[in-house]
Design a binder for this molecule. Structure first.
Ligand code: HEM
Ligand SMILES: *[C@@H]1O[C@H](CO)[C@@H](O)[C@H](O)[C@H]1NC(C)=O
Ligand SMILES: *[C@@H]1O[C@H](CO)[C@@H](O)[C@H](O)[C@H]1NC(C)=O
Length: 319
């Protein structure tokens, strides 16, 4: 770290200050010469995918979050289990709920057709995530690129480092802190739940047993989430607009209509996140601006760069 800083200071005097305040090895123009059509390919595939099913934007976003939280944004979540390889797809937070892998395959095939063996699956996932959010009405941002793909995966890290829906605020804060993310980052990134769906098994206890929940909201969710059975029945994470990337998630929290326990804890008592929830519920522009910045920050968690990792040929398999 100290060496890096010194090197960076020396480097910055010679060349560019900017590179030293950001992750020195990721750059928006990484594929500028090697794959100039990359961004338009991803955008056009994501447009098709979302026109086919709006939820896919949410599913891809969740994949990216789960990828970045396990070691780093390195495409490890995309690897299939085989007879000799244990991936992350069957870890608790992913099993029977992580989805969107086929879309990443489709984009990868399309990218390979134009730029063979050049673009990582980790970068494709980062771009697809950004485009999905933008296409659903959310913010856009410039994606730093140059991540390489992991040759390994960790089911145990996926089980222990991705937060679960019954987590309390202290646990969520700690798990985000472990990834270099603050309570503010947690509050704004949880706004991702303005899109997408959750299974009954993840919010059953909340709607039947918790008291900080709007009564009519709980009653209405119970109709499709019985006390037993129906574990995989879906409900929207945002009560009004689950296919629009807006700030209604925060209005829900203030109305005690957060679907997951881990959502409602952000507006349950004291802490700086309470006023941030209020700010975002009133100010959609501030939410979108801060969300975009936090996504760039999350996208920089421990990437593999340089000669580390590889450029996978097939996102599901190590080369
Ligand atoms: C703060 C801790 C978080 C917890 C405990 C949590 C938990 C969950 C759970 C249980 C689901 C439902 C999955 C299912 O039923 O299949 C879900 C869905 C989702 N999560 Fe989170 N999440 C958290 C943070 C985040 C973050 C930071 C993002 C992205 C930046 C995110 C993006 C999503 C999206 C978009 C969905 C909907 C996926 C779909 O419809 O396929 N979540 N989350
Ligand atoms: C793609 O690149 C790989 C390795 O660089 C090479 O072996 C393969 O023949 C190429 N395929 C196509 C279709 O160009
Ligand atoms: C609600 O709480 C009771 C008592 O702790 C427990 O037995 C029951 O399983 C809980 N119900 C749900 C749906 O979580």
């Amino acid at each position: 770290m100290a060496t890096f800083t010194k090197l960076c200071v020396t480097f910055s005097i010679l060349v560019s200050l900017l590179a030293c305040f950001t992750n020195a090895q990721l750059s928006p123009n990484f594929y500028g010469r090697t794959c100039p059509t990359l961004q338009s390919i991803v955008r056009s595939e994501m447009t098709k995918a979302i026109n086919n099913e709006a939820r896919i934007g949410a599913s891809i976003l969740r994949l990216f979050f789960h990828d970045c939280f396990v070691n780093g944004c390195d495409g490890s979540i995309l690897l299939d289990d085989t007879a000799t390889f244990t991936g992350e797809k069957n870890a608790g937070p992913n099993k029977n709920s992580a989805r969107g892998f086929e879309i990443i395959d489709t984009i990868k095939t399309s990218v390979e057709a134009s730029c063979n063996a050049t673009v990582s699956c980790a970068d494709i996932l980062a771009l697809a995530t950004r485009d999905g959010i933008a296409l659903l009405g959310g913010p856009s941002w410039i994606v730093p690129l140059g991540r390489r793909d992991a040759r390994t995966a960790s089911q145990s890290a996926a089980n222990s480092q991705i937060p679960g829906p019954s987590s309390d605020l202290a646990t969520l804060t700690k798990m985000f802190q472990n990834k270099g993310l603050t309570l503010n980052d947690l509050t704004v990134l949880s706004g991702a739940h303005t899109i997408g769906q959750a299974e009954c098994q993840f919010f059953r206890t909340r709607i039947y047993n918790e008291t900080n929940i709007d009564t009519n909201f709980a009653t209405s969710r119970k109709t499709n989430c019985p006390v037993s059975g129906g574990d995989t029945n879906l409900a929207p994470l945002d009560s009004l607009t689950p296919t629009t990337f807006d700030n209604n998630y925060y209005n829900d929290l203030i109305a005690n209509k957060g679907l997951l326990h881990s959502d409602q804890v952000l507006f349950n008592g004291v802490g700086s996140q309470v006023s941030l929830v209020r700010t975002y519920s009133r100010n959609s522009i501030a939410f979108k601006r801060d969300f975009a910045a936090a996504m760039v920050k999350m996208s920089r968690i421990s990437p593999l760069t340089g000669t580390n990792g590889e450029i996978r040929k097939n996102c599901r398999l190590v080369n």
